[in-house]
Write a protein that binds this ligand. Structure first.
Ligand SMILES: Nc1ncnc2c1ncn2[C@@H]1O[C@H](COP(=O)(O)OP(=O)(O)OP(=O)(O)O)[C@@H](O)[C@H]1O
Length: 266
């Protein structure tokens, strides 16, 4: 299958200073790739670069074969939507108004959202089961509902690629599992997802492939089981850990060896 997003030997960073180099990645439709790496390694910076908010310092980023440096911001936004870590807009806006903002890249310069755009926003809310929240303001819904609202905004944007920046970071276990179901459902609809996470178990649950921004600028990408091995996770995060399988076959991370007793007998 041809890639909808390709990164060829890309370097990312700020003001000409390279943060990470040598990133090669292909995203195809109907698949989920998890992006992992320690704090501060450059995951969000990579997202900003893919979205055209920061120029790549080297290499090429291609959407459908076209170099993004030749595309305007709204052209990129017709292909790639972002689900940020948190909503940072005006909290007095209603959910439906925020979701319809996902249509902005599809509107002309002075055009306001029309009937079709409102319908797309309502379909997105429906798909996520939060149609009942449409007229509430963003400060009157829960953190989990706000996260679903941000996914609805990305859906309304009607792109073939969605990138999600640690989408479960502030969610309770119920909303976390519901969100992972949504990610699986979006991939099943043919979308291509790139999801950053600090949780290996989440990658096991949703990803076809894992891309790792590792220490010493070592970039690796491959099938989940090939990439997420205990030795690689130990060196990536600098902690002793083991990978075990539950009777149902789910992969879980455990601490290894058991931490020493806090109080020893005298
Ligand atoms: N606007 C900026 N200008 C210069 N440096 C920045 C800027 N934003 C972030 N950085 C630096 O770039 C590095 C990578 O940051 P980034 O947010 O991409 O990391 P991350 O992998 O997403 O981290 P985390 O897992 O903690 O969210 C950090 O050292 C950060 O301090």
């Amino acid at each position: 299958m041809t890639a909808c997003l390709s990164l060829r030997n890309v370097a990312i960073g700020y003001d000409g200073v390279t943060l990470f180099d040598g990133i090669d990645l292909d995203l195809t439709g109907g698949s989920t790739t998890c992006l992992m790496g320690p704090n501060g390694v450059g995951k969000t910076t990579l997202f900003k670069t893919i979205l055209g908010l920061l120029p790549p310092l080297r290499g090429q980023i291609l959407i459908g074969g076209r170099d993004i440096t030749t595309m305007r911001r709204e052209q990129i936004a017709r292909h790639i939507a972002l689900v940020p870590q948190a909503y940072q807009g005006d909290p007095s806006h209603t959910v439906i108004d925020i979701v319809v903002m996902g249509r902005t890249a599809r509107l002309g310069l002075f055009e306001t959202p029309g009937r079709n755009d409102m319908a797309a926003a309502r379909r997105a809310l429906d798909a996520l089961g939060i149609a009942g929240l449409a007229d509430r303001t963003a400060d009157r819904i829960s953190g989990g509902q706000r996260q679903l609202m941000l996914i609805a905004r990305a859906l309304a944007q009607d792109t073939d690629i969605i990138v999600m920046d640690e989408p479960t970071a502030s969610l309770d276990i119920g909303n976390r599992l519901a969100l992972l179901d949504q990610v699986r459902a979006l991939a099943a609809r043919g979308l291509s997802l790139l999801v950053s996470t600090h949780e290996p178990e989440q990658a096991f649950a949703i990803a076809d492939r894992v891309a790792v921004l590792g220490r010493m600028q070592r970039f690796e990408v491959g099938a989940v089981d090939d990439i997420l091995t205990a030795p690689r996770l130990r060196s990536l995060y600098g902690v002793e850990l083991c990978l075990e399988s539950t009777p149902s076959g789910r992969r879980v991370v455990t601490r290894s060896p058991a931490p020493p007793q806090a109080v020893s007998e005298v």
